[in-house]
Ligand binder design. Structure first.
Ligand code: PEP
Length: 261
């Protein structure tokens, strides 16, 4: 199958790091100082909610976008939802995109399909782009159930209202749960097969939906990123641990975009 040309992305998910606001500002400053002007794609950082405003401020007048790691399931823009931030609040402080359904949220917060659909709708309604994370566990992988699991996770897109008006606001991030933070990575050929399958499945929902970039995530670093970047089926990488040290992240991002040229 001929691959559709899509935008390229390198996204840093800072998770619950670093430990202080000063460290977060310093990391943002160091990343801002890197010359990303000639890259042919998008770089985005996703800090904690606590550090979001400061990182957005640091990144003013830079090529680096800033997004958040989650939004509330509720369509209420304010209210009695302890610990939640609404998509409207995120948009109002300058976040551009949000992760939805990261495996750590699915695991530690038992996020249901209904909640994920609501989060995607709230994000899109408030102008935020959505990076929908999907991925199989080691057990699913070993039982050869990866494609079934991913199709089930993607099937929630059929329920998202008004998705057809927001098709440029969706990125799919394929992150095998067993590869996140473990140093283990699948073979590129395996990722390519999965991405092709995701593309074909999206086509069955909506032809335009299949234009969404499909990223790989899970133990990507400056040493292995070139292998992923070489594949036409991999439109970007979602990076956790290796996004927390500015020069390593810079080297990873530069290698990725240089390989994509
Ligand atoms: C992630 O959490 O999205 C991720 C890919 O983490 P890591 O790069 O540390 O495996």
């Amino acid at each position: 199958m001929q691959k559709v040309i899509k935008s390229n992305w390198v996204i840093g998910n800072w998770k619950s790091n670093p430990s202080s606001l000063t460290q977060a500002k310093n990391l943002a400053k160091e990343i801002k100082a890197i010359d990303f002007d000639k890259i042919n794609g998008q770089i985005m950082l996703m800090p904690t909610n606590l550090h979001l405003t400061s990182v957005i401020d640091e990144m003013q007048n830079s090529k680096v976008l800033v997004g958040c790691q989650d939004v509330s399931f509720t369509s209420d823009t304010i209210g009695a939802y302890t610990g939640d931030c609404s998509a409207e609040q995120m948009q109002a402080i300058g976040a551009k995109w949000t992760l939805v359904g990261h495996s750590e949220r699915r695991t530690y917060h038992q996020e249901s399909e209904k909640q994920l659909i609501a989060k995607i709708e709230n994000a899109l309604k408030n102008g935020l782009g959505v990076v929908l994370c999907i991925g199989e566990t080691l057990e699913h992988y070993e039982k050869n159930q990866t494609l079934n699991v991913l199709q089930k996770q993607l099937s929630i897109l059929k329920e998202v209202q008004k998705l057809e008006n927001n098709l440029d606001k969706l990125i799919i991030a394929y992150e095998p749960v067993w590869a996140i933070g473990t140093g283990k990575v699948p073979q590129v050929a395996e990722v390519e097969n999965v991405h092709q399958n995701i593309h074909e499945y999206l086509l069955t929902i909506n032809a335009n939906l299949a234009k969404s970039p499909i990223l790989y995530g899970g133990s990507v670093n400056a040493d292995n990123v070139e292998t992923f970047a070489k594949s036409d089926w991999i439109d970007g990488v979602l990076v956790g641990g290796a996004s927390l040290v500015a020069d390593k992240f810079a080297s990873l991002a530069k290698t990725f975009f240089a390989t994509k040229k």
